[in-house]
Design a protein around this ligand. Structure first.
Ligand SMILES: Nc1nc2c(ncn2[C@@H]2O[C@H](COP(=O)(O)OP(=O)(O)OP(=O)(O)O)[C@@H](O)[C@H]2O)c(=O)[nH]1
Ligand SMILES: [Mg+2]
Length: 374
């Protein structure tokens, strides 16, 4: 430090700690300098986050630039109106570059090994020269603003790969909000050239239905033993999947896994497959030991081969987009409804009327209709 600077930083003695020597002393190793005055930024470099233009972000996405890709996704995930507008422009511009990825959904009970499986699948695909993006839809994050998937979604080995991109669920907002953001993030990742987009979700609520409606191939991960009821999953989820994977088929669970697979094969026999013309396979795999991963991916490739040629995938994606629009309309209408000042004024008394038993819901609805149409 120069002598000039030293003299500048001489502290008023009242600010010095009592252990500091009266004068600067070369034997004293610690030099006392002024603290940073947060408000005084004159003559100091202020590091501001660089703002990127929409064009820069779009070019960055198309070039698979991770910094710009993440930045664009932050706009999609943000609840700010300004960011929303930016996200809409970005989505508009990247639209022509979307639709080329294989979209896989992986659902299953908590702890079934979904993340471990996705990591094994991702590493396998990367070795084959593909780019893989992993997104998660965590229903808990919309309720508790935390994430039950949390640390476990890190997929440490996969995240070290240059050709992998892992994005955990955005937190906050309704499940509808989270899934809307995931759909948009998926499109951005497609434009960025990821060959596979894998979406992980816990199959215990509503989220698996919404994930089903944004992917082409939906796999359910179960563990050896126990029927649907024992595994805490809803019966319906088996009906919407394209494959059942009995994971943890290793060590002393292997035999049990093979038995469970047999049982699932039998019961699936009586179910109508979600994808017409596809017989839902039941595979035993071990994500931990990398066993069955190749077979699983071959099966996915067969599925694509068959249904891309037949035009089914394209048709199904169009249908999904219409469903997406329907959901957005419902959300919009609900929003307009709750923002209506006259409705706001009436709702409390209508609710009280119904709760006290003095009014039936159909009477309340009639009043609401009158407000909306008058
Ligand atoms: N033996 C064995 N254990 C496994 C296998 N796959 C995952 N596990 C273990 O199961 C536990 C849960 O694995 P995760 O991959 O975090 O499971 P998950 O389904 O993603 O869990 P959530 O995201 O919390 O629902 C971990 O301790 C894994 O090491 C497997 O093939 N065999
Ligand atoms: Mg997980």
């Amino acid at each position: 430090m120069s002598a000039k600077k030293d003299s500048k930083s001489k502290l008023n003695s009242s600010k010095k700690p009592d252990w500091a020597p009266e004068r600067d002393n070369p034997a004293f190793a610690v030099k006392i300098v002024d603290g940073v005055n947060k408000l005084d930024t004159t003559n100091k470099k202020v590091f501001k986050k660089r703002e990127y233009s929409i064009e820069e972000l779009v070019t960055g996405i198309l070039a698979n630039n991770r910094t710009l890709l993440s930045k664009a996704i932050t706009f999609v995930e943000s609840n700010s109106l300004l960011h929303r507008e930016k996200a809409d422009v970005i989505l508009d511009k990247i639209m022509p570059y979307t639709g080329k990825s294989i979209r896989l959904g992986i659902s299953g009970i908590p702890g079934a090994g979904k993340s471990t499986l996705i990591e094994a699948v991702g590493l396998y695909l990367i070795k084959k020269g593909y780019k893989v993006a992993v997104l998660t839809v965590d229903p808990s994050s919309s309720i508790s603003k935390g994430s039950i998937l949390g640390d476990k979604t890190r997929m440490e080995e996969l995240s070290k790969e240059n050709n992998a991109f892992i994005r955990p669920s955005p937190s906050g907002g309704s499940l509808g909000g989270v899934t809307k953001k995931t759909r948009e993030t998926m499109l951005i990742c497609e434009a960025a050239g990821f060959d596979y987009i894998i979406v992980e979700t816990v199959g215990v609520g509503q989220s698996e239905i919404t994930v089903r409606s944004m992917v082409d191939f939906f796999a359910l991960v179960l563990i050896p033993g126990g029927g649907d009821e024992l595994q805490g999953i809803k019966k319906g989820i088996v009906e919407i999947c394209d494959a059942v994977l009995i994971n943890k088929a290793d060590g002393n669970l292997k035999q049990k896994a093979l038995m469970s697979a047999g049982q699932y094969r039998n019961s699936l026999h009586f179910l109508q497959p979600y994808t017409t013309g596809w017989e839902v396979p039941v595979l035993t795999v071990s994500a931990l030991e990398n066993d069955g991963i190749e077979e699983f991916l071959e099966m996915v490739a067969n599925f694509y081969d068959k249904f891309q040629k037949s035009g089914f995938i394209e048709k199904s994606r169009k249908k999904q987009n219409i469903e997406w629009l329907d959901n957005l309309i419902l959300e919009l209408l609900l929003d307009i409804f709750h923002q209506n000042e006259r409705i706001k004024l009436q709702m409390q008394s209508l609710r009280t009327g119904i709760e006290s038993g003095k009014m039936l819901p159909n009477k309340a609805l009639k009043i609401i209709k009158e407000i909306l149409t008058s």
